[in-house]
Design a protein around this ligand. Structure first.
Ligand SMILES: [Zn+2]
Length: 303
């Protein structure tokens, strides 16, 4: 049995029978999509990572040895989902400015494998649960320590001061669904649908061709390739060198305008305007504004 939760730090937590790990968004899906079904070592590595011995095929339990045989179809449908629903820039023209949650209908009505996906979701049990709220930490390490001390002290005093514990708990935790499944291949479908639900985009890394969730949304390369070298910087340097003076001036102007817009969005957000109101004021779609606000926060987290 695997347990999965999408928490307020916008990470998935996956709990396997023996270990607990906080995972990147879409990790199981992107790992599965990167597998070469003809490479037995790679497929076994995947199964071992998640300690998986049994998989489901056509609704029936089969040995995990069968994975290479069913992998190509599963990958093809998952890839279709990413391309239709989650990709930025989108793979098709109609999807420009259409957020993932709204692109989903196109996939649902046009893909002929609804039955396969329905069966995967049948094996997932949803349980209401709570998860630590991101705003509790404010991304600072010192704050986490402070909060942990506050928590233990409230817990120790729970007999004399029951209201203190109640107050701390309501400050700390918020509502979240926890998903449990004994079908490892249900997890990629769950992950991709959660990304769509939360309007989180996916990008294909131009270097290694793997999918990843770009944070902020204009990140070009996956974290692995960014660690491998400063490819992204090289890419922009190269591009800049090849630009004509007019193109450079146009880019500078775009950058200035973008920065001005970002400052305006940040200011309005700080003044307490909602995403919807900000979108109306700056003349953009609400999801676009939400992505920018989210991107700002996650780039701060990375510092
Ligand atoms: Zn990469």
């Amino acid at each position: 049995m695997w347990s999965v939760s999408f928490n307020f730090h916008e990470r998935f937590e996956i709990v396997t029978p023996v270990n607990v790990a906080s995972m990147e968004l879409g990790q199981v899906a992107f790992h599965l999509l990167a597998l070469d079904s003809a490479d037995a070592a790679e497929v076994n590595g995947f199964l071992e990572t998640y300690r998986c011995g049994v998989i489901f095929h056509d609704g029936k339990k089969v040995s995990a040895d069968r994975l290479p045989a069913i992998l190509p179809l599963e990958q093809a449908i998952l890839r279709q989902f990413v391309k239709t629903v989650l990709l930025v820039p989108p793979s098709e023209r109609w999807a420009v400015d259409v957020p993932p949650s709204k692109r989903l209908a196109v996939f649902c009505h046009l893909n002929p494998h609804r039955e396969l996906i329905r069966r995967r979701f049948e094996r997932i049990i949803m349980t209401p649960s709570t998860t630590t709220r991101r705003e509790v930490f404010g991304w600072k390490k010192s704050r986490i320590k402070e909060q942990l001390e506050e928590w233990s002290s409230a817990w120790e005093k729970r007999e004399e001061q029951p209201d203190l514990l109640k107050q701390v708990l309501t400050e700390w935790e918020s509502y979240a669904w926890r998903y449990r499944t004994n079908d490892l291949l249900a997890i990629p479908w769950l992950e991709l649908h959660l990304l769509a639900e939360h309007n989180i985009f996916v990008r294909e890394c131009p270097s290694c061709r793997r999918y990843f969730v770009p944070r902020p949304v204009n990140t070009m390369y996956c974290s692995k390739c960014r660690q491998d070298g400063s490819r992204q910087r090289n890419y922009w340097q190269q591009k800049w060198m090849n630009m004509s003076d007019e193109e450079k001036e146009a880019k500078r102007k775009r950058d200035r305008e973008h920065k001005r817009l970002m400052r305006q969005i940040k200011r309005l957000h700080a003044e307490g305007y909602s995403g919807q109101e900000i979108a109306r004021l700056v003349g953009k779609e609400e999801w676009w504004v939400q992505q920018r606000l989210r991107g700002k926060r996650s780039s701060r987290k990375g510092q």
